[in-house]
Design a binder for this molecule. Sequence first.
Ligand SMILES: N[C@@H](CCC(=O)N[C@@H](CS)C(=O)NCC(=O)O)C(=O)O
Length: 321
Amino acid sequence: MALQNGKKPVSNLSSALASIHISRDSQNNGDPALYNDYNQHNIPHYDHSINQQQYSDYGPPQNQLNIPVDRIAEYRNNPPTEGISLFSHRSAPNGFKVAVVLAELGIKFRTFFLDFKKNEQRSPYYISMNPNARVPAIIDHDNGDHAVWESGAILIYLCQRSARENPLYSDDFIEQSSINSWLFYQASGHAPMIGQALHFRYFHPEMIPSAVERYTSEVRRIYAVVEMRLAEIREQMIMEMDDERFSLGTSALSESRYFDDPIWLVGNRITVADLCFVTWNHVVDRIGINLKVEYPEVYKWTAHMLSRPQVIRALSGLESN
Ligand SMILES: N[C@@H](CCC(=O)N[C@@H](CS)C(=O)NCC(=O)O)C(=O)O
């Protein structure tokens, strides 16, 4: 999908899964776009020139004396009157996780990208929204400028806010609980372990191989849990839908016409339980994990999510229509 209105992408997420595609050979009934090279979707690379453009949306970053101004204070003193403001960072998977769900839910939003080099996430105005001084946070201008922080809590809030349609969550109490298990698993295990593995691999002042090894293997353990669940769902689907050879065990599951069809963690449809993983799956190659080789169901699941127009749009750093 080409980005609309000739807008340039502004995000800095990895194009890690640039070559992601699923075999053409299978008789998949899904979206043909899935089979395209992921790059054809124009998932972006960071373009520094966009910075200035973004700043101009919210006022200049510096005053005439070249002293940085408190952009967040300015923004809060003159907030938009509708929709949602998302506070994020161009390289933050946790921030893009929220953008993906906002886009999928069709909620009007705009993104304020913080500058970590200027410690904007620690400014008093930001901390009044998010005491944890990290991204993401949102302000809901349609609900009295209510602020919400912690990415998992934000996703639940957004789903409940859209309760009338509720396409990414559930009205059913039991199903909600299953979705929440994956949301908490992702936010408390998946994201932090990848974050630590990245830190010890690239940013820690000393090289500590045991730390790199510890966090990378923990990420692998976490993916193995997801892979196992997806594989169970795949197997059940093939047993129910394909011909008897598969239930008799005389044909390999990989020969099924349903081998590449989309499958989802909860309720046979995409929910926030799935979408909360996608932005981190997108960067995991940087810690040496090859999803396609090591976790084939996770890889196919990720490819299906990355083929969705609103996911593409959100990962590009573009805002709602
Ligand atoms: N548990 C938090 C984690 C947020 C988080 O760690 N955000 C990172 C970016 S992905 C951040 O803001 N880092 C800035 C800093 O550490 O100062 C959530 O899920 O919202």
